[in-house]
Design a protein around this ligand. Structure first.
Ligand SMILES: [Zn+2]
Length: 297
């Protein structure tokens, strides 16, 4: 399934490729490895279901203002959303995606997430989302509302204010927490960890006047201690970036989207997702191992 991006029509190609690969692999006597691959994939999924596909964005703004690769131009963003829409996919917030998954109706949904809470979201991303009837989750840094992205080198970009956050929350945009200050949670003290995770949730719930069920790890970094803290704070889910031994509801992997991602790249990323998380056929163990090697994991 498409990166949820992988269009239904591409399944035939993917499956065709898979069948060719299967013939080769069968010649190596694959029965045992197939069984192992199924067990391995089962371990990678969220209890009883496949991983929900989630795209990760940061800033959407005209490129001439910011050459950072994680800034997607409004034109490219529109192309990407149109591509999803034309393939029958609907971009939704994490809250909606996980709710639909619980109800067994997630088939054509793609999670859309925006990290850091850049002020440009309302100006450039929201109109495009509304054009296609999509929603999204914005992970906001609670202690930096109205501030700047001083944790990265390069162009300074303004972050949304409390007022802008409130307006988004009053629409269909889900607000999630990205911590208090955007620091790595692996090296903070227990007291600071609690502040980053619990306090940020309280602040955002108060500002948005809504529940804040989701957390997103700054830099995607997490370990067992961090996951215990987010669970204790009452979060329902957490977003990470790549695969880890903790992959699951509290460390959901996401697909990083950049400005150069025209539709063939989206297709390729969607196919990679599908092969890695959803494909259960012969040779899947080989494919998962290969994807881990490519990712340097
Ligand atoms: Zn971030």
């Amino acid at each position: 399934m498409p990166v949820s991006c992988t269009p239904t029509s591409t399944y035939g190609l993917v499956i065709g490729w898979g069948e060719a690969a299967t013939k080769i692999l069968i010649s190596y006597g694959q029965r045992r490895s197939v069984a192992r691959s199924r067990r391995r994939n089962a371990r990678l999924t969220m209890a009883g279901d496949i991983m929900p596909p989630v795209l990760m964005y940061h800033s959407v703004a005209p490129q001439r203002r910011d050459p950072a690769p994680w800034t997607v131009s409004p034109k490219r963003f529109d192309q990407q959303m149109r591509w999803l829409s034309r393939r029958g996919r609907t971009g939704v917030s994490m809250r909606e995606l996980l709710e639909a998954r619980r109800n067994g109706s997630r088939r054509d949904l793609v999670g859309l997430t925006f990290d850091d809470g850049y002020a440009d979201f309302a100006e450039y991303a929201l109109p495009v989302l509304q054009r296609y009837g999509f929603t999204a989750t914005v992970f906001v840094i609670a202690g930096r509302l109205g501030g700047y992205n001083t944790w990265v080198e390069g162009a300074r970009k303004p972050l949304m204010t409390a007022g802008q956050l409130r307006q988004l929350a009053a629409g269909k945009i889900e607000i999630g927490s990205h911590g208090l200050h955007h620091v790595s949670l692996l090296s903070v003290t227990d007291a600071d960890l609690s502040g980053e995770i619990e306090m940020s949730r309280r602040v955002l719930q108060e500002v948005s006047d809504q529940d804040v069920p989701g957390f997103c790890y700054p830099y995607g970094e997490h370990d067992g201690r961090v996951i215990s803290a987010v669970q204790a704070a009452g979060y329902d889910y957490c977003c990470a970036v790549g695969y880890s031994e903790f992959t699951g509801r509290y460390a959901l992997p996401r697909i990083d989207i950049v400005d150069s991602d025209s539709w063939p790249f989206l297709w390729a990323k969607g196919t990679h997702y599908w092969l890695r998380w959803e494909y259960r056929g012969p040779g899947s163990r080989f494919l998962v191992s290969a994807s881990r090697l490519r990712a340097g994991l």
